[in-house]
Design a protein around this ligand. Structure first.
Ligand code: NDP
Length: 330
């Protein structure tokens, strides 16, 4: 492990500007939702993060609840920072979030200022950092005034706990309103984190992408492989070392005959492009102008290396896009 980080780490990665901000993000980012918890093998997670950084993946995405157990993915990154990455802190964009259930009682969930600020302090402690680069509200809260939640993001930035504010899973109209409030507070919304992949098209159908472009907000698309379903790994059953095997029925229920039949056709089409299905699925997300970066998960370093090859062919002809749409038509 002596040649870390690679001196050529910036040679091949492309960076896109995040909305109308000063920040550029790599075309691929790495998320630590799965595979980096206290129940996972630390050295595997460490090797995955190192491989990512070695290839110019400068953005690592977390949330307070990632694990399991909740909070442990932040602790894992804290250890990796201490061992490997601390000297490179200024080369990294590290994000975290709060918005889902984190601790008992009325102040450990959703979108109050009380919850967001306390949660961010806990995240910083687990990470061993003075600040994160991006702090997100993880999901809309139907009961807390948007002004309070956005005020908490603004406070996080003004108090030095975060450099930028973001929102995740917000629908188009609410994103517009959140952006207006943040703009008025003087802390523009840097980025939105929606789910977007070949099988989940809502952001292009419900106006979210249009809103983000109008507002000058960047976009980091998550679950771009639909948790691994948009790869060739489930074409012949469920491998023992896969997420489906680990999660059991909640994931396996997605893998019915009809769904796998479509995945098989997508896989065949990917081969005509000289790509694996995972690579084509990533390229497809990145073809979308509103998307700044594709947020990958990975259970081992080889998956990062494989996914990076998506960047060798990001172009789709109109005809190809029609073929893909026809495969996925209901
Ligand atoms: P993906 O859809 O990218 O799925 C990742 C999984 O796909 C990996 O764990 C691995 O599965 C498999 N995989 C990855 N690369 C390859 C490859 N090249 N070849 C074959 N299989 C591959 O993303 P996630 O669902 O994990 O989400 C990614 C990130 O997005 C999260 O870590 C988190 O940061 C963010 N996220 C945000 C949410 C939000 O509400 N804001 C919600 C969900 C995710 P296996 O383990 O089977 O090897």
């Amino acid at each position: 492990m002596s040649d870390f980080p690679s001196p050529s780490r910036y040679d091949n990665m492309v960076y896109r500007r995040c909305g109308k901000s000063g920040i550029k993000l790599p075309l691929l980012s790495l998320g630590l939702w799965h595979n980096f918890g206290g129940d996972d093998v630390f050295e595997m997670g460490r090797a995955t993060v190192r491989t990512a950084f070695d290839h110019g993946i400068t953005h690592l995405d977390l949330a307070n609840n990632y694990g399991p157990p909740p909070g442990s993915a932040e602790e894992t990154l804290g250890r990796i920072l201490a061992l490997d990455l601390a000297p490179y802190r200024d080369e990294l964009i590290i994000s975290t979030k709060a918005g889902y259930d984190m601790w008992p009682g009325p102040y450990g969930d959703f979108g109050s200022r009380k919850y967001l600020v306390a949660s961010l302090d806990q995240s910083l402690e687990r990470l061993g950092l003075d600040y994160v680069d991006i702090f997100y509200h993880h999901r809309p809260d139907p009961d807390t005034p948007l002004e309070e939640t956005m005020g908490a993001l603004d406070f996080a930035v003004r108090s030095g706990r975060a450099l930028y504010a973001g929102i995740s899973n917000y629908p188009a109209e609410q994103s517009k309103e959140a952006a207006r409030i943040l703009r008025d507070l003087g802390t523009p919304c840097l980025i939105h984190q929606p789910k977007y992949n070949l099988l989940t098209r809502q952001p292009e159908e419900n106006g979210l992408f249009d809103t983000l472009q109008e507002e000058g907000i960047g976009c980091i698309a998550f679950s771009i492989l639909n948790g691994g379903m948009l790869t060739d790994k489930y074409l012949d059953g469920i491998p023992a070392d896969s997420r489906a095997a680990r999660l059991g029925d909640s994931f396996k229920s997605r893998l019915g005959d009809e769904a796998i039949g479509k995945v098989r056709q997508l896989n065949d089409h990917a081969h005509t492009r000289g790509q694996t299905l995972a690579q084509m699925a990533i390229a497809w997300v990145l073809r979308q102008e509103a998307v700044t970066t594709a947020l990958c998960g990975a259970s081992r370093p080889e998956q990062i290396e494989d996914s990076l090859k998506a960047l060798d062919n990001l172009d789709f002809t109109e005809e190809e896009l029609q073929v893909i749409d026809a495969i996925l038509a209901p």
